[in-house]
Design a binder for this molecule. Structure first.
Ligand SMILES: Cc1cc2nc3c(=O)[nH]c(=O)nc-3n(C[C@H](O)[C@H](O)[C@H](O)COP(=O)(O)OP(=O)(O)OC[C@H]3O[C@@H](n4cnc5c(N)ncnc54)[C@H](O)[C@@H]3O)c2cc1C
Length: 378
């Protein structure tokens, strides 16, 4: 048994970045994961994640995103690979909906470049993307997608490079803290540290039962369709897309690596008590969700067709207001938590790792994290 400065539970999207930032600061860091990341059992898999700055959810996220962009860029440089594909993002929906007014508000508040268009303009540029004639559209050229598994692996590679000890396939059964230290009991024994960061994604309930009433786990599905034309290829300039429709929010990505166009429904999801033990997609395919996704493709992605080539499942961990949890755990001054990313957190992972590291090391955090405090649930 070693004595650590900081233990990080979870080496997924957030935990991998946290481990890297801690190790880079020169502290003795242990990262523990019950599986071997980047695995397909939690929330950070399925090829791609959208990244954007004109954030319709709230303008308070934009400074965090600007930092996240810088840090993804540094990660690309340090690992000498392309993680962020700047394809641009088309967002389409009603002028008085949630997405279009929200994008415009964030763009105006933070002076972000976006282009305003009509659905007809979009059809002319990309015949594979459609929208109702009375809707509005915006393009954010500085948006695109992250290669999700490669991002996790890159953070873990840099964490190891900076001296972090990573233990995979090792479950944490319980932890405790007092004013001097934290004790973490794993499959391999007890580890002791001065500080603990919990980045357990959809398993946060079992690690922090007092948060379980504020976190809802949703099983979500991803669908890859083989398009009928080459127009949907990233290499031919096809962008990411996000529609606000009467049936909810839907989004997707251009064809990359010969796997088809990936689309999914951001709304909805099946509430569950805990992530499935089995990562197979067959047992959980949600026929209602699949029908809504196929209808969406038929209505708004002309020429995509309905040749479904692959599906996958993944989990959202959602808070009641769909804003994140980034905080020290009340009653445990040496434990902090990043959770409840509510289906939109991956793009922030690089910055969330830095924030979690700074929280654990009692360093200043140059961002407003008050909106993400746990006390808002009480
Ligand atoms: C279908 C889908 C689409 C999404 N699309 C987007 C998008 O386009 N853009 C975007 O920004 N975000 C998106 N998100 C959200 C984003 O992917 C998640 O918010 C993010 O990946 C969550 O990362 P995490 O580190 O919290 O969880 P995870 O990556 O799941 O990491 C948690 C880790 O903790 C480990 N762990 C948990 N409990 C224990 C334990 N007891 N012992 C040891 N290890 C443990 C797990 O094994 C896991 O590796 C999407 C999510 C899904 C599911």
């Amino acid at each position: 048994m070693a004595i650590w400065d900081v233990i990080v539970i979870g080496a997924g999207g957030v935990g991998s970045a946290t481990a890297m930032h801690l190790a880079k600061s020169g502290v003795r860091t242990l990262g523990i994961d019950q599986y071997s990341p980047a695995h397909d059992r939690g929330s950070s898999h399925g090829q791609t994640r959208i990244i954007r700055q004109a954030y319709f959810e709230h303008p308070c996220y934009v400074p965090l995103l600007q930092r996240a962009y810088d840090l993804w860029g540094e990660l690309e440089q340090h690992t000498n690979q392309k993680l962020f594909h700047r394809t641009g993002l088309v967002e389409i929906g009603p002028a008085d909906g949630i997405v279009i007014p929200g994008v415009l508000h964030s763009a105006m508040t933070h002076d972000l470049p976006i282009e305003r268009l009509s659905p007809a303009d979009i059809r002319e540029r990309w015949p594979g993307i459609d929208g109702n004639n009375d809707w509005r559209a915006v393009i954010e050229q500085n948006a695109g997608f992250l290669k999700v598994e490669q991002c996790v692996q890159a953070h873990l590679a840099m964490a190891t490079h900076h001296g972090c000890d990573l233990v995979h396939n090792c479950g944490v059964h319980q932890w405790s803290s007092d004013s001097r230290e934290v004790k973490v009991t794993t499959d391999h024994g007890v580890e002791i540290a001065a500080q603990l960061v919990i980045a357990g994604g959809p398993w946060t309930h079992s690690l922090i039962p007092e948060l379980s009433t504020s976190l809802k786990i949703l099983r979500k599905h991803l669908y890859w369709f083989q398009p009928e034309s080459d127009g949907f290829q990233e290499k031919n300039g096809f962008p990411c897309f996000f529609h606000e429709t009467a049936n909810g929010f839907f989004y997707g990505f251009p064809c990359i690596d010969g796997t088809g166009v990936k689309i999914a429904r951001h709304s909805g999801g099946q509430p569950i008590d805990a992530p499935d033990l089995d990562s197979s997609t067959e047992i959980t395919t949600d026929s209602e969700d699949r029908k809504l996704v196929i209808d969406y493709a038929n209505d708004y992605l002309p020429g995509l067709g309905s040749t479904l080539v692959k599906t996958a499942k993944c989990y959202y961990t959602s808070t009641p207001d769909e804003h994140f949890v980034i905080d020290q755990l009340p009653g445990h001054e040496n434990v902090c938590v990043v959770a409840g990313l509510s289906g939109h957190g991956f793009k922030f992972a690089s910055a969330l790792g830095e924030i979690a590291s700074n929280l654990a090391l009692r360093k200043d955090i140059p961002f407003e994290i008050e909106p993400f405090a746990i006390k808002r649930f009480s």
